[in-house]
Design a protein around this ligand. Structure first.
Ligand code: SF4
Ligand code: SF4
Length: 105
């Protein structure tokens, strides 16, 4: 599996070979790194929305894995804390803190 650590432009779509599946992620640049959603893995449970301390995760009008709405983020307010990724039961969110900015968590 190859994961690029470099934050990308707002909303850029890219492909990632994860567990022999070709997934398309949507990555957003945050203040300290990046936030990525993999729509093919999101089942729309809403746990990430409930747990985000800044309330920046929102329902998207786009569909996820099971024909339910998936989530997206208002990246400007994301503090890159990784809580959403930790709580997501399906590993549909990836949060990466840029090297050198990972103090505190
Ligand atoms: S990384 Fe933290 S602040 Fe950003 S969306 Fe996830 S829970 Fe919210
Ligand atoms: S916790 Fe994971 S599966 Fe549930 S809505 Fe959020 S991203 Fe989707």
């Amino acid at each position: 599996m190859t994961v690029e650590n470099k934050p990308r432009e707002k909303g850029e779509r890219f492909a990632l070979d994860r567990q022999e599946q070709q997934l398309t992620g949507e990555r957003w640049t945050t203040a300290r790194g990046s936030w990525t959603i993999f729509p093919q893995l999101c089942k729309g449970c809403g746990l990430c929305i409930e747990r985000c301390p800044t309330g920046v995760i929102r329902w998207s009008s786009e569909m996820g894995a099971y024909g339910t709405n998936r989530v997206t983020v208002e990246a400007a307010g994301c503090m890159t804390c990784k809580i959403c990724a930790d709580y997501c039961p399906d590993a549909a969110i990836s949060v990466v803190v840029e090297a050198g900015l990972d103090k505190g968590r």
